[in-house]
Ligand binder design. Structure first.
Ligand SMILES: [Zn+2]
Ligand SMILES: [Zn+2]
Length: 534
């Protein structure tokens, strides 16, 4: 995290941090990396007493170019129209396709502790006339714009190409129009059937004023216009935009040479990759940002994006893996290290800052947060599956003292996350399922283990243990009497019930089941009974 603090230390004067996004469809969790980086920069600047404004924009005048996201009957009419003018395909009350997808994404920000001072929608900004001076300058300097495309990006536009896209007065498409003349007040444009492969224009031609929302700037110019319009001083951008000759280079040159303004500082950042697996968004196991935030609590999700430096790619594959439990473990390790407790493994440079920036609130009491008791996620994910367990009692027992108010809050957040994880991304091995029949894996048990299972069955019949603690005592006593390591006894119990050698605290597991059923199963596993429903 030194990078954010170093950045802040190198700057003076008021700062405007900006990012914007084209709402072209469901937003993938990786798209949260930008907003989290933006938030960290903003927090670092403010911590250095720099007056800072955080802006987040929606580029909703961009043309609809993703056919797969439209209903079949909408493809012909909607492809190429501004996203702000395409109807909401979901039909849940948003004003447009753009509003639906952008709002669904933006709604995750507050929960992640990201609070832009202002959101802006480019459809509103164009309609307000605020972009008009930039449109006029771009048209007046069209030759310079063409020269920049040629020099920076090796893109050769025709000599009559002008850097503005009119919203066709006839068909409403913006992706299909080309402007070929500018008389100082109006532009001559044509809506062409074959200008782009993904949308078909209507053939309309005419002269129109490009102002007041009737036209938009091509993306590279629009980006540079945003910087001028909002006084942007810092704008991180993804590596896809930051390549040589790429979008950022073009917009930087346009800012300098067309709009006479230094571009903002770039903080290029790498992608988040979701494993090799293709993740479906339809089965409740998706990788959409708004789905991940329903499973991973904000501080762990912030950590996912914060721990690597911006220039490092992030590999994240939550489906059927322990990626989410590992996020919790890493969070807990950083908390422990920040609190001065010994931890295993190497710590990232500036780990205290990583922990601090991962916290939901910029005003959090870092020392208190670091010291708070947090139950291990994996353990909790097992406990929530056993009906008889009182989580607060179990956590207090683990802590060795009653939980305070904050710790009760953490416990309940984690328990909810564990349940959500089990219902969505968790691998089958994390699911505790007491088998209906004696598991075949029992054949792998040693004779010593069979005998001790039989002894536990006898003790249970004699003593009738009721609580998890009672059962736990019966198991320990039996292990001691048999002179076996308790781990070997617990493994035998798990195999007999779950068909695998590990599981939640055995006493709680046994106490959650019918006593007769437990005894019958242990006897069967010991090889003492034949037939019957074990
Ligand atoms: Zn909607
Ligand atoms: Zn048209």
């Amino acid at each position: 995290m030194e990078w954010a603090d170093a950045l802040a230390a190198s700057l003076t004067g008021p700062q405007v941090v900006n990012d914007s996004k084209t709402p072209s469809g469901t937003v993938h969790v990786g798209s949260l990396r930008g907003p989290v980086i933006l938030d960290v920069i903003t927090r670092a600047l403010r911590a250095h007493d720099l007056e800072t404004t955080l802006l987040y924009g929606v580029d909703d005048m961009d043309p609809m170019d993703a056919q797969a996201l439209l209903t079949p009957d909408a493809v012909e009419s909607q492809m190429g129209r501004p996203l702000a003018h395409v109807p909401d395909q979901v039909g849940d009350g948003h004003a447009s396709y753009a509003r639906h997808h952008a709002q669904t994404f933006i709604d995750t920000f507050a929960g992640l502790g990201i609070h832009p001072d202002r959101y802006y929608w480019m459809s509103d900004i164009y309609a307000s006339g605020a972009v008009d001076p930039y449109i006029r300058t771009a048209l007046d300097r069209a030759d310079r714009v063409r020269e920049i495309y040629r020099r920076v990006a090796n893109v050769q536009h025709p000599s009559d190409w002008h850097p503005v896209q009119v919203v066709c007065e006839s068909c409403g498409k913006v992706g299909t129009t080309i402007v070929t003349e500018w008389d100082g007040e109006r532009v001559r444009y044509a809506c062409r059937a074959d200008l782009v492969t993904w949308a078909s224009g209507c053939g309309h031609e005419g002269w129109v004023s490009p102002f007041g929302g009737r036209a938009k700037l091509p993306w590279n110019l629009e980006w540079a216009a945003q910087w001028g319009l909002f006084g942007v001083t810092i704008e991180p951008s993804g590596k896809d935009l930051s390549t040589a000759g790429g979008s950022r280079d073009r917009s930087d040159a346009i800012a300098r040479e067309v709009f006479d303004r230094e571009p903002p500082l770039n903080v290029p950042y790498e992608f988040l990759n979701i494993g090799g697996r293709k993740m479906s968004t339809s089965k409740g196991r998706g990788a959409a940002a708004h789905e991940i935030v329903e499973v991973v609590p904000p501080e762990q999700l912030r950590l996912l994006f914060l721990r690597p430096r911006p220039n490092q790619a992030i590999e994240f594959d939550p489906a059927g893996t322990d990626a989410i439990p590992r996020l919790f473990d890493e969070f807990d390790r950083l908390a422990a290290a920040t609190a001065g407790r010994p931890v295993k493994g190497e710590l990232p440079g500036g780990f205290e800052a990583v922990f601090r920036y991962a916290l939901l609130s910029a005003e959090a009491d870092v020392a208190a947060e670091a010291a708070a008791f947090r139950p291990a996620f994996n353990h909790l994910a097992l406990l929530v599956q056993i009906p008889s367990v009182d989580l607060t009692v179990a956590a207090a027992a683990e802590k060795g003292a009653p939980l305070d108010v904050r710790e009760v809050g953490i416990l309940s957040e984690r328990a909810a996350a564990a349940r959500a994880w089990l219902a969505t991304y968790a691998p089958d091995s994390a699911i505790v399922r007491v088998r209906d029949e004696l598991p075949a894996e029992v054949a792998e048990l040693g004779e010593d283990q069979r005998l001790v299972l039989g002894a536990i069955a006898l003790a249970a019949e004699a003593g009738g243990p009721a609580s998890g603690d009672d059962w736990q005592q019966v198991i320990y006593d039996a292990a001691k009497a048999a002179a076996l390591p308790s781990g070997r006894v617990f493994a035998a119990i798990y195999v007999a019930l779950l068909g695998r050698p590990n599981g939640p605290r055995a006493g709680w597991l046994l106490a959650s089941l019918e006593p007769d059923r437990v005894v019958a199963r242990l006897r069967a596993a010991a090889g003492w009974s034949t037939g019957g429903a074990a």
